[in-house]
Structures are given as C-alpha cells and as structure tokens.
Write a protein that binds this ligand. Structure first.
Ligand SMILES: NC(=O)c1ccc[n+]([C@@H]2O[C@H](COP(=O)([O-])OP(=O)(O)OC[C@H]3O[C@@H](n4cnc5c(N)ncnc54)[C@H](O)[C@@H]3O)[C@@H](O)[C@H]2O)c1
Length: 412
C-alpha cells in the first residue's frame, strides 16, 4: 500500500475512531472529519468518549470539523444511520456522501462502513458523487464493508472478520489490500456491494428475531413457573441451539437495522413479516415493563434507576431501553434519578440530571436495576439499598436474598 496515500474518515464515533486509529498506526496522511466540535476537541486532546482507544496520544492526529482544499485517495464513511418513526433516517449519510463527493480525488475510492439496506451505497454515490465528467469505475470507485464491532464485547477490532465488496475488480483488490494491511485476518470477498449490505442487515435482524422469540417463550415459561435460564442453558447442550437470553433490546444496531431490512423489502413489495413481528415483540416487552413500573411505583413517586447503559461494559445510555423507560416515566410526573459508576450525567427533558452518590441509594424507595448490571455489581448495590424499597430487577441475574422486596423480575 502506498505510504503517500491520503485517507479521510468521516464520522469518528464507535466505528470511525477504530478505523481512524488503526489507519494512523500504519499510514501517515490520515485525516478525520466529524461535525461535532465537541468530539473533535476531545479527540485532539486524546480523549475517546467511546472508551475504546486508550492510547490516542501515540498517533499524530489530523482531526477537524470541516475540511476544504485537500483531496483524498480514500474516503471512509462511518456516520450514524438511525431511524425516525421506525423508518431509515438518511440525513447523516446523505451529508457524508456529499462531503465525500467534494473531497475525493480522481481515481479515489469511497468506502461506506455505515449500515444501509442493499442498494443504498450505490444510490447515494450516483446522487452525490457522480458528475458529468466524474463517473463510477472510471473516475472514482465505491466499496462497502459492514462494521461488525459490538461495544462491550471482548473481540478486538483487528480480530473481527471483515467483508469487502467494491464496484469493480480493480477497487475490490485495492480495498481488500488496504483492510488486510490493518487487520489480523484476511478479508472475506463479497460478489457485490448489495450482497455485503444485505449481510449486515441479515445478521442484526436475525439476532433481533431470536431475542424476540426467547422473550416470548420467557413470558410463557414464567407464567407456568418454569425457569427460562435453566431451559436455555440445558437447550444449549445441543450443538446447534442458538443461545440468546430474554431482555430489553437496546443499542445502535439490533433495534434499528431490522427497520432498514423492512424498508428494503417494501421496495420489492415484500413484507418480512417475521422481522416486523420480532421488532414489535421486543418493543412491546419494553412497553409492558414500563407500564408495570408505573403501577408498582404509583404510591412512591421517587425512582432511582441503577445502571443505565444499554449493555454490559458500555458507557452509552443514548441507545439504552432503560433511558427510554426513564423518559417515559419522567413524563408521568415521577421524579427520576439515577446512579451509575460510569455515566455521570443524562439528558432528560432537555435538562441534565447527574448520577447520585452511592451513599444516597438508601434514600430511594423505588429501585430499578438496569439490564447491563452483572451479578457482582448487583450484590454490591443491594448492600446499599434500603430493605423497604421496592426493587424491580431488569437484569438477567436472579436476586435470591429474601430480605429484599423484589416486585418484578421479568428476565431473571
Ligand atoms: N456502534 C456500533 O456498535 C456499530 C456496530 C456496527 C455498525 N455500526 C454502524 O456504523 C455506523 C456509525 O455508527 P457509530 O456507532 O459509530 O455512530 P456514533 O454515533 O458513535 O458516531 C458517529 C459520528 O459521526 C459524526 N457525524 C454524524 N454525521 C456526520 C456527518 N454528516 N459528517 C461528519 N460527521 C458526522 C457524529 O458527530 C459522531 O461523532 C452506523 O451506521 C451504525 O449502524 C455501529
């Protein structure tokens, strides 16, 4: 790979910062572009708010909130692709492609890593990069590589197996070589960009649907007084059982990507009715839980949520179902408080609220334990809880101590 190539990563969040850092480790001219001035400031001060890169100091950074007058051989797009009213929200990715169109060199490659439905990378390139004298596979190339990183999971960036698809065999070779130069595994080749795009939405739709199924079975098992965890663990002794656990489905991908699949299917006059039902089932679980919380906490209007991240070992509350429940409860005039050892403040109703101190836990008589807490954390917290408090445990760790009033424990 030529050392003098210019690289640009657009969007330096969970996904982009890993790519940026690993490119910097290998190449000289690596630029980063992020619309958030706060993020740009933090990264230039060697602080990664996703807590993935500890050693940002070790690389020379060129990170900006806008870039003009420089052209790049490679532009990578790593911006959020969220939803609005359960439909793909393409504002960020459209803007990123517009930027790529302005900043890509002749013969350069635009690589999309943001999750999209099949066909969208090509569609956006033709809309925002292609010009009369700037044609795909003649003057520029495109590629898609789905990012599979999963915050909180132990697998490292370099060890994640990666899929590559590009607009022709020339760019396929270039992009594969580039990723191979920064990863521990050789990349997997997809036959088309659309195929690679489909891989990503299939992976996450499958996971969402499997969790929905377990959530549904869990409700039945609980009614019939059977232990879901025991059943799952025993079933897992069979070699081809797909092991997932019941619970709230949060995060940046699983509860979002199936909507991209649904939009795609609709374009082909298909329904993907199971995918739709799975999504609805997982959302309904959250709705049921929040309604039960309202009932249990009715007489005692102060609630303390403990552990607000969406998943174990993460620092992110934005995509957490606990956060959604907090906002829902807050609208019903309950006083919302939280305690978290990693998350210091949370935006509720346009105002930040700050984490309580651990010695304040005993003041609350409604305690909600978040799904991201592990057994050790729960045991620690229980020592600080007032024994008269109502406890709602949303984790998968059963609380066996009879001294506590466990009012609801839907997933343990
Ligand atoms: N977070 C994950 O675990 C994960 C895993 C796999 C794939 N993905 C996918 O990767 C993509 C990026 O997700 P993420 O989690 O890194 O998002 P993120 O929210 O953590 O970070 C995105 C960054 O992009 C910046 N940004 C937004 N619009 C921009 C624009 N137009 N120009 C420049 N910067 C812009 C934001 O300020 C932010 O810093 C999404 O499509 C997501 O679905 C995420």
């Amino acid at each position: 790979m030529r050392y003098k190539y210019n690289f640009l990563v657009i969007g330096l969040g969970y996904v982009g910062i890993n790519l940026y850092y690993n490119l910097c480790k290998k190449y000289k001219n690596v630029y980063g572009l992020d619309t958030s001035k706060k993020k740009v400031g933090e990264l230039n001060n060697n602080f990664d708010s996703t807590y993935q890169i500890k050693n940002l100091k070790s690389v020379k950074k060129k990170i900006f909130s806008s870039i003009k007058n420089i052209k790049f051989d490679y532009v990578f797009i790593c911006v959020p692709t969220g939803i609005k009213n359960n439909k793909p929200d393409l504002n960020n990715i459209q803007d990123a492609f517009k930027k790529a169109g302005k900043l890509i060199k002749n013969n350069g490659v635009v690589v999309n890593e943001s999750t999209v439905y099949p066909g969208l990378t090509r569609e956006l390139a033709l809309k925002y990069i292609e010009k009369k004298n700037f044609l795909l596979n003649k003057n520029y190339y495109i590629a898609f590589s789905p990012e599979r990183i999963s915050p909180g999971d132990k697998i490292s960036y370099k060890n994640i197996k990666r899929i590559i698809a590009a607009s022709n065999s020339h760019s396929q070779k270039l992009v594969s070589k580039l990723y191979n130069s920064i990863l521990n595994f050789k990349v997997f080749q997809a036959s088309s960009i659309e195929t690679a795009e489909a891989v990503k939405i299939l992976e996450n739709s499958q996971r969402d649907l499997n969790i929905a199924m377990i959530n549904e079975y869990n409700e039945v098992f609980r009614k019939s007084k059977l232990n879901t965890m025991e059943i799952i663990n025993l079933a897992s002794s069979k070699w081809n059982f797909y092991k997932v656990f019941p619970g709230l489905v949060g995060g940046q991908c699983i509860p979002i990507d199936p909507y991209y699949a649904l939009k795609y299917a609709k374009d082909f006059k298909s329904q993907l009715s199971l995918t739709k039902l799975g999504r609805e089932t997982n959302e309904n679980i959250k709705n049921k839980v929040q309604n039960k919380i309202l009932k249990i906490a009715k007489e005692r209007k102060k609630i303390l949520f403990i552990g607000v991240a969406y998943k174990k070992n993460t620092f992110d509350y934005k995509y957490s179902k606990i956060y959604e429940i907090m906002k829902f409860i807050n609208k019903r005039k309950f006083q919302i408080n939280f305690f978290d050892t990693k998350i210091k403040k949370i935006l509720i109703n346009k105002k930040f609220i700050f984490s309580k101190k651990s010695n304040e836990i005993k003041k609350f008589n409604n305690i909600i334990l978040g799904n991201a807490l592990n057994g050790a954390q729960i045991n620690n917290i229980l020592k600080k809880v007032n024994k008269n408090s109502n406890i709602i445990n949303l984790s998968s760790k059963i609380i066996k101590n009879k001294n506590y009033k466990i009012k609801l424990e839907p997933f343990a």
